[in-house]
Write a protein that binds this ligand. Structure first.
Ligand code: AMP
Ligand code: MG
Length: 332
């Protein structure tokens, strides 16, 4: 069976093709990169509408398959930006209807988790999901992914991108901040906001903006942004590991590409004789292959969705998904 996954929840339009063994046959993406502002949902949706036809064509070409060899269409049905989700669903439904293929809608956050479990060969980890719009600490129990902790305001990537805009850095600012932070020397006396198992970043952002206006060094501001926000996440992750007694930690989402957060988490899990699993960069960012793989898991355990009734859900939370593919006969 070959599965095509179509991703388009926010800034990235992507099409991936995987086999039912999760061989990644194609994974092509195009990300919108606004000059100075944030991501405008309608502009991003137009970007996706324009790019999907050539991405689908390129994915097919790279996989050396024909469109008729695709057996299932999967797409990201949420969470995400409304116009982007509707455009993505339209692309997926169009192929499914015209080619008479089954279709499944997939939760984007769960897809990050499932591709990580599969490629890192880790069965039951805690997942720290750190992306642009989402920041969640997730564990599995009784057919649900449970959220142990999350951001109370903005996602960690969003925090870095907002800071980037103050520094005139183009989206995505995370990698540029990582480079600038490497030259920082002084940790500023910034607010550290952990509330129980949850975190918040907007106070830290306001503080850093204030320091920049008062002439603080850009390097120290980036260094402080990373040290404080990543420490907050490391603290709640450590608590989750000790509370659940799980040893394995999986990281996912675009911010998982950052070497400093990896380094901090690695040190922490080592203290607990645990292990950190980091998927390859292209699978940490939003991508179609993770949607295709998760689509296969959903389809093989609970069948297709109804192409005429499947809708999108901007607020489709990780813990709303009925996880039918784990702890069943075919536990992947
Ligand atoms: P996602 O939403 O999962 O595709 O991830 C995109 C987010 O990851 C954006 O907010 C980026 O700024 C962020 N990002 C990508 N690479 C890095 C990095 N090396 N360090 C920090 N953040 C990053
Ligand atoms: Mg994502």
């Amino acid at each position: 069976m070959n599965i095509m996954g179509i991703e388009g929840t926010a800034h990235t339009a992507s099409v991936g093709i995987v086999s039912e063994q999760c061989d990644i046959l194609a994974n092509v993406s195009d990300t919108i990169s606004p000059e100075s502002e944030g991501i405008h949902p309608r502009i991003a949706a137009n970007h996706h509408a324009e790019k999907f036809p050539e991405l689908i064509e390129n994915a097919i070409k790279n996989s050396s398959l024909k469109l008729s060899d695709i057996d299932l269409i999967a797409f990201s049905m949420g969470p995400g930006l409304g116009p982007c989700l509707r455009t993505t669903a339209t692309a997926a439904r169009t192929i499914a209807i015209f080619r008479d293929k089954p279709i499944v809608g997939v939760n984007h956050c769960v897809a990050h988790l499932e591709i990580g479990r599969k490629v890192c060969k880790v069965d039951d980890p805690i997942l720290l999901y750190v992306s642009g719009g989402n920041t969640q600490l997730i564990t599995y129990s009784e057919n649900r992914y449970r959220i142990l902790g999350e951001t109370l305001d903005i996602g960690i990537g969003n925090f870095l991108d907002k800071l980037g805009r103050l520094l005139n850095l183009k989206f995505p600012a995370g990698p540029k901040i990582e480079k600038l932070a490497a030259k920082g020397k002084n940790l500023l006396d910034a607010p550290y906001t952990v509330k129980g198992m949850d975190v918040a970043f907007s106070g830290l952002l306001t503080y850093l903006q204030h320091e920049l206006n008062n002439g603080a060094s850009i390097h120290d501001v980036c260094y402080t942004a990373q040290e404080i926000s990543f420490s907050m996440l490391t603290e709640i992750t450590e608590r989750a590991l000790t509370f659940t007694k799980k040893k394995d930690l999986l990281i996912g989402g675009g911010v998982a590409r950052n070497k400093r957060i990896i380094n901090m988490l690695e040190k922490m899990v080592n203290i607990h004789d645990g292990r950190l699993y980091v998927p390859p960069d292209e699978l940490c960012s939003d991508n179609g292959a993770m949607i295709a793989w998760t689509g296969y898991l959903v389809y093989s355990s609970s069948g297709p969705d109804d192409v005429n009734n499947i809708t999108v859900d901007q607020k489709y939370r990780t813990d709303m998904v009925n996880v039918t593919w784990r702890n069943s006969i075919t536990d992947h």
